[in-house]
Design a protein around this ligand. Structure first.
Ligand code: HEC
Length: 157
């Protein structure tokens, strides 16, 4: 029994100390997705869906929930944002080639149709991010139009 008590105290101490270390936040201000929006020209509805359900992990600005103040949750969220941005960052659109833009948009349709995005862990806590069939269709329609633009403008390799 004594040993279990000791372990519990150590764990508690670790948890307390952890609170003093915070991962860096993803908080660029200003119009960080302007170029992406200008080029792909999403309708208002799609713009809102992307903003409310994708930008938290796929742009340079995350809206953090209150529980991000608690370690180790903060580390877990920071990890999602890092990996999400690594795959696709709407704030970094200007640095993608046309080929890459086209491919990323193709992936967007794939993850939407497979219900792989937004991540399940995200929709547990963000009910508004559970996309309806109409919302998914709106994204698919918009992607189709935008991809034509990039396919016509593919730079020679
Ligand atoms: C909670 C964070 C989070 C949210 C919200 C989120 N994503 Fe992701 N996304 C990730 C992570 C992490 C990865 C990379 C790992 C993986 O594929 O699971 C990823 C990967 C992707 C990829 C690349 C998939 C591939 O085939 O490699 C696409 C495309 C994508 N997300 C689109 C979206 C779209 C569109 C939305 C909004 C409808 C969205 N994501 C919302 C975290 C998120």
């Amino acid at each position: 029994m004594k040993i279990i008590k000791k372990i519990a105290w150590v764990l508690l101490l670790v948890l307390i100390v952890m609170q003093f270390y915070r991962p860096e936040k993803n908080l660029e201000h200003g119009n960080h997705t302007a170029i992406f929006l200008k080029e792909t020209n999403p309708p208002e509805e799609v713009k809102l869906i992307l903003k409310n359900t994708c930008y938290d992990c796929h742009s340079n600005n995350t809206k953090y929930p209150w529980y991000n103040n608690i370690a180790p949750v903060s580390y877990w969220l920071a990890d999602h944002v890092k990996h999400g941005k690594g795959e696709l960052n709407f704030s970094d659109w200007e640095n993608y080639s046309n080929k890459k833009k086209d491919h990323k948009l193709e992936e967007v349709v794939e993850v939407i149709e497979e219900n792989a995005m937004p991540l399940k862990e995200y929709t547990w806590t963000h009910a508004e991010a559970r996309l309806t069939d109409e919302q998914k269709q709106a994204i698919v329609d918009w992607v189709k139009k935008s991809r034509v633009l990039y396919q016509l403008n593919q730079q020679p390799q």
